[in-house]
Design a protein around this ligand. Sequence first.
Ligand SMILES: [Zn+2]
Length: 676
Amino acid sequence: MPPHFSKSRRSFLQGVTVAAAMSAMTFVPREAAATSNAKAQAGRAGQAPPFPQAPLMQQPFALLPTGSIKATGWLRRQLEIQANGLGGHLDEFWPIVGPESGWLGGKGESWEDGPYFLDGLVPLAWQLDSAPLKAKAMRFIDWTLDHPWRNGMFGPRSNDDWWPRMVMLKVLTQYHELTGDARVMPLMTRYFHYQLQALPARPLSDWGRMRWQDELVSVLWLYQRTQDAKLLQLVQLLKQQGYDWQAMFARFPFTEKTDAEALRKKAGNSDAFMQDLGLQVHGVNNAQALKASPVWSVVSGSGSDREAIQHQLHMLDTYHGLPNGMFSADEHLAGRSPSQGTELCTVVETMFSLQVALAITGDAALGDRLERIAFNALPAALSDDMWSHQYNQQPNQVECSLHSRPWTTDGPESNLFGLEPNFRCCTANFHQGWPKFANSVWMATADQGLAAMSYSPCTVTTVVRDVPVVVEQTSDYPFRQSVNITVTPQQALRFPLRLRMPGWSKDTRISVNGESVTAAQGFTTIERTWAPGDTIEVTFGADVAFERGFNGALSFSRGALVYALPIKENWLLWRKRGLTNDWQIYPGSRWNLGMHADTPITVSEHPIGDKPFAGATPAVQLAVQGQYVPDWKATDGSADPIPAKAEPASDEAAQSITLTPYAGAKLRIAAFPSLS
Ligand SMILES: [Zn+2]
């Protein structure tokens, strides 16, 4: 790009940023924003996505190009809350992604945080068509695209680690889908060619070695657009140098809580071995690794590679599974006690892995898992206004304080709500959660149709068999169980439309223009000639489900929502952090209740609040009965392990109690001792 052009655009964007700060989140129409990017061509948003071609293996679904799905209803409100919270303002007061960022050419942080922040900011900005947010993102994008190294490397000169570039590649692929910016593919091509000749002498190590599969996603993305044969050499080299997750899970050695002591024991006296084991048992690494085998299967063509995610999930569930759909990882895998924590990065990276794996495997159950995490674990770790977050969330979380916790290796700040409790990674990385989820609600099918993967409200604009199609999905799902879908092809068009059938739904009722359709397992396929305005009504049958966990503990879910006993919360300001604060939360009510599996249950529905997951306005409640278990106490702010044999108080009768959606209860019990 000619230097004068770059300069003039940059000063224009600076003007936009100043204006943005003054008018605080005024959303400017798309046309106005589009002029800020003179180099942009049309993006792929609203087009059909490419599917892998030989020699790659076909896959049943593909994510639609970023920007094809616009959130509506409560999902749109959730994205607006993010934009009005840390998501849209972090760079204004957090120097890590501020003007001195290495990803802006400054002398500041030059590793993963800039790319992490952008991985959520880019899809968020375009989801909301927000000119101020686009301008914020463009400063980083422009610097990155306009300052490649002479040898093909890109990014800050002060840091040559392969890992943060893997994140930035994810950003650039989304950005290209949104804008078609002509600078993206040449930069990626030069970088991959450079890496192909540089990797033998400077191989993947540390995080990059454990997370190679995330780069694979971007290399395959480019290959599908350029058919550059060198990229197929690069994927082989990445696989060869990358960590073999499938082999590790075949012998899965981490069947218990793995704290520093356990690691040392496993490693003997070898520091190097201990460090390597630490990477293998690391929560975020395991979250990202869930996509390793499915993504590799696209290259290898092996069905067993494609299915290997099932065994990975089975091992994680069996030894570390928690009621919120996640596995415990309070830095390292931590066993099944609901007083252990899960890092927010692990939550959002698991979600992204599941989105990728769902497209490649076509396994509807991965969609169930994705929804359980998106509607429970994700919002639980964020304050209702998204101005603060936790590093670790506990399913049974009876206090968020500076008490030392039973984490494997994390510090005492880990479950505070704040700006950067424990460590700053989640502060930058959590932003990808909601925008990427919104982008995965519908997908394209390999037989040139469309598929509903989740039932959150949205509008899909795409092309099917060369005909423009708009799909409007109206619902209050997961808070309600009925969904209305309107299909509007530009002209009558025959194509298959698939509906993911959640595994929990009993007697799902489906009708097309009032005529009923039989629901199948996994996916229900409706192949017909769709006329503009055709409607699909879906009603799921969501019973309350009991699940057994650690020491026979009982957890409750209904549909995609997990329920918890909310504990009265006393929020205590610990310290001010620029535009936000760090908070402790202390309990103001008793929580040590046990439950009978046959407790009577009443479901009640309430209006969905402006903040959909806020604890003050629960959209659904369950009335149940429990009894206090006096011997079940807390130590240092964490509930003691669930007693295997819980004895109810002899002098107190059963209590009527109300359970609310898990995410809104920042202090809660989600796993109850089972009363004998
Ligand atoms: Zn993190």
